[in-house]
Write a new protein. Structure first.
Length: 339
DNA sequence: AAGTCTCACCCGACACGGTT
DNA sequence: AACCGTGTCGGGTGAGACTT
């Protein structure tokens, strides 16, 4: 049904226009705005858009770059995003949470674009009445790690920017990297593939030089990074989810093994709800113990996890894992001998 | 290098239809 | 009748392509 234009439509269209206009130095032309509006269902001529821009710029801090045609329209750099109350309480809260928990994973450019929204979200939440349910929400939500909490290491701001830009635009990087336990820097030509945050630490997944195997570079050990014009050579079969599933983040070789272990029942309780793998099987051994089998990546992470149960678990298979733990326990026993 | 042509763009003027 | 929002038209303009 082709509705006649009404005042209502005009208002909505101009509001939508304000949202389409980017912040300086980005800009958008009247023609582009017209096209974008058309896809949003506002079918008007460019002339109307031009008139709208002219009248909107009398009220809002908009500027047009008239050095060349077509003119480019932007919000002034310092403008508060949308001088209309467009950020609802829920949105403000969402921005706040993004800022708190995802800042390390977002492209630098995106973060810079979002900065005014983060500011606005903070203001918005601060102006809510004390004890408002939205304001209280951010005091009711925390993401915690199941391991011992560690303070996040410092990541060089420029490195963060270069790496995220390279990742975003699929560009190669020259990184100078300080391997753990080494004083000297090594210089690598890196093909960035992914960013992974694991607990307090953020890793860059990349291949180096012409090698095909992806490996992990801890972001905080990258001392400098420079972006190149050359495009990344991305291994055809690289898949971030498979990479993680293979156990890369446990720092092992990630070979899948059949784990078999005898747990004291209470220790295995949570495995019913959060199994180790799809093929996990739990069978009773006696009144107090169960046998757990599952196919998992054989990584140090697995060993740490098992060790965390102390004497509430006995690893049966694989033999290598069992031997490793046995050796560790013997050494511990020796260390704690009464003297 | 200078002149000409073409094109896209901006913007003022006007007409039209709907609302107040 | 006055006003408003919009589409249409055409003049002025500047950039780039083309010609001389």
């Amino acid at each position: 049904m082709a509705a006649e234009p009404t005042k209502h439509d005009t208002l909505l269209r101009q509001w939508q226009m304000l949202r389409l206009i980017p912040r300086y130095p980005a800009k958008i032309t009247a023609g582009d705005i017209c096209d974008r509006l058309a896809t949003d269902g506002f079918k008007v001529t460019k002339r109307t858009v031009e008139r709208d821009l002219a009248s909107l710029s009398e009220v809002f801090p908009l500027l047009s770059d008239e050095r060349e045609k077509p003119f480019g329209w932007s919000w002034k750099k310092e403008a508060v995003p949308l001088d209309v109350p467009s950020l609802g309480n829920g949105e403000a809260l969402a921005f706040k949470l993004i800022e708190q928990y995802l800042a390390g994973l977002l492209p630098h450019a995106t973060l810079a674009q979002l900065a005014p929204y983060f500011r606005m979200a903070g203001q918005r939440l601060n102006t809510l009445p004390k004890g408002s349910s939205f304001q209280a929400w951010s005091d009711k939500i925390r993401v915690v790690q199941p391991a011992q909490p560690l303070l996040p290491p410092k990541i060089d701001a420029r490195v963060q920017q270069m790496v995220s830009d390279a990742l975003l635009f699929d560009r190669q990087l020259v990184v100078r990297y300080q391997k753990r336990g080494e004083d000297e820097l090594r210089e690598y030509l890196a093909h960035p593939l992914a960013l992974i945050q694991r607990g307090a630490i953020t890793y860059l997944v990349a291949t180096l030089f012409d090698y095909a195997d992806p490996l992990l570079l801890a972001m905080h050990r990258i001392r400098s990074a420079d972006i190149l014009d050359e495009r990344v050579h991305r291994p055809k079969d690289f898949d971030i989810d498979r990479y993680i599933a293979k156990g890369a983040l446990g720092f092992g070789d990630g070979k899948l093994v059949k784990l078999e272990a005898i747990f004291y029942e209470p220790a295995a309780e949570h495995l019913y709800e959060t199994p180790l793998s799809e093929d996990q099987v739990i069978t009773p051994v006696d009144d107090t113990r169960v046998r757990v089998t599952a196919t998992v990546a054989n990584t140090p992470q697995l060993e740490w996890w098992l060790m965390g149960f102390g004497d509430a678990v006995e690893v049966v298979k694989p033999a290598s894992l069992m031997e490793g733990i046995r050796e560790m326990v013997q050494n511990m026993a020796a260390q704690y001998q009464l003297r």
